[in-house]
Design a protein around this ligand. Structure first.
Ligand SMILES: [Mg+2]
Length: 407
């Protein structure tokens, strides 16, 4: 569509509307929402224009490529947004950035933390593995390579998690992953990095196995595995065009369907190392803890007065299921406004950078690049690397779809 004439007709505070929407009823005009930043003030411009054809879209059409890009960029935006608040309590955050916490990215480039670095490591490993037979030995080899590279990267100085450091050190020494992983850890390091797997157009069984396996290599607790699976599942649902309305119920269905599933081929004897009585009992432990936090999210969304600190709903986020739940709550409070989502997730009593990282991923997968102001996207550290990863993930999907058409 070509904009033949345009004029600014309204300047209003940021709202939760979509990028492209029909304008006044009975006219042939459309509205285009543009974000503009003047210092820390965000405004929304409504421009009217006459399209050069008569066909008007009924709803915003967000491409898959845009969703993939925005999910990965959105993770990094959330991570960078909250890098400065990770170890601060809510009261301290709003005292330093009154009245509601940080409203803008800090720095240029806006520095990310270990969350984004490890998301890139998982993405690079999975993209490399997709060019080979997708079996546990291949995925393990690629994850070991990228995790050890991250471990020794001089830029790995962004408050990395101790479980990741210890487990990756074991991988570097050549230990089998099942010996180097921490079977008692369900830290959010397990799922803060799983986004690329959620964006792959692979069968649900494969996605679950990959999401759980990338977690298991460092965090062997059953809830680390289940929460990583669930995080990837939500991203996949949103990237496929799933609506925020009903998302919690659909996620609950996934939990019930997966409760007794143990990916033997990928996880081997991990359940024995965790001293579970059976593989199924190991699996159920993880999914039941996910079930509990999903119910908390549903109750939190129904509250007439939302808490100021979103951790009051989903937990502080230092552990995987709580990071998932609090991020999901932040997203579902304003699913059509990605900027509001990361602002909300960055001001918490808990692990704000991991919560905001996942909340940004959910918003990006739903809204596409319309979620993020260019002013932010341009400043994100590792932007070129993330853009390249997004292209690889998208091309992997295109290749998979082509293969399916040929068979
Ligand atoms: Mg971090």
């Amino acid at each position: 569509m070509e904009l033949q004439r345009s004029r600014v007709v309204e300047i209003a505070p940021s709202s939760s509307d979509r990028y492209l929407q029909k304008s006044h009823a009975g006219t042939s005009e459309i509205c285009v929402r543009l974000h503009a930043f003047f210092g820390r003030t965000e405004s929304t411009y409504f421009m009217t224009a006459t399209p050069n054809n008569s066909k008007e879209p009924d709803a915003p059409d967000v491409s898959r490529a845009s969703r993939i890009r925005a999910c990965l960029i959105g993770s990094a935006i959330g991570d960078a947004f909250a890098a400065r608040t990770e170890f601060l309590k809510y009261d301290e955050i709003v005292r330093r950035w009154p009245p509601d916490g940080p409203q803008d990215l800090d720095g240029d480039p806006a520095r990310v933390t270990d969350d984004t670095q490890m998301m890139i490591a998982v993405g690079d490993a999975i993209v490399a593995a997709l060019g080979r037979p997708l079996v546990p030995a291949v995925v393990e080899e690629e994850l070991r390579r990228t995790f050890v590279t991250w471990l020794r990267d001089p830029e790995n100085n962004r408050a990395p998690g101790m479980t990741c450091l210890r487990s990756c050190a074991g991988l570097e020494r050549g230990l089998p992953w099942i010996d180097s992983t921490d079977a008692n850890s369900k830290g959010c390091g397990a799922n803060m990095r799983v986004q690329p797997i959620g964006l792959l157009p692979v069968p649900i069984w494969t996605r679950s196995a990959l999401a759980q396996f990338q977690a298991a290599i460092t965090h062997g607790h059953p809830t680390a595995l289940a929460a990583s699976d669930l995080t990837a599942w939500v991203i996949a649902d949103l990237a496929d065009g799933g609506e925020p309305v009903g998302l919690v119920d659909r996620a609950l269905t996934h939990v019930h369907e997966q409760r007794d599933v143990y990916h033997h081929e990928w996880l081997g004897d991990l359940w024995r190392k965790a001293r579970a009585s059976s593989a199924e009992e190991f699996s159920r432990h993880g999914w039941d803890e996910c079930l509990a936090v999903l119910r908390r999210v549903r109750e939190g969304l129904a509250r007439s007065t939302p808490p100021r600190d979103p951790c009051d709903v989903g937990g502080q986020g230092w552990i995987a299921e709580e990071a998932f739940a609090t991020a999901l709550y932040c997203f579902l409070k304003s699913p059509e406004d990605g900027v509001a989502v990361v602002r909300r997730a960055a001001a918490t009593n808990g692990d704000s950078d991991s919560i905001a990282c996942l909340a940004g991923a959910f918003a990006g997968a739903h809204l596409g690049m319309n979620a993020w102001p260019d002013y932010w996207v341009r400043r994100i550290e590792y932007r070129d690397v993330i853009e390249k990863l997004a292209q690889h993930v998208f091309c992997a999907g295109s290749a998979a779809r082509d293969d399916k058409r040929k068979t």
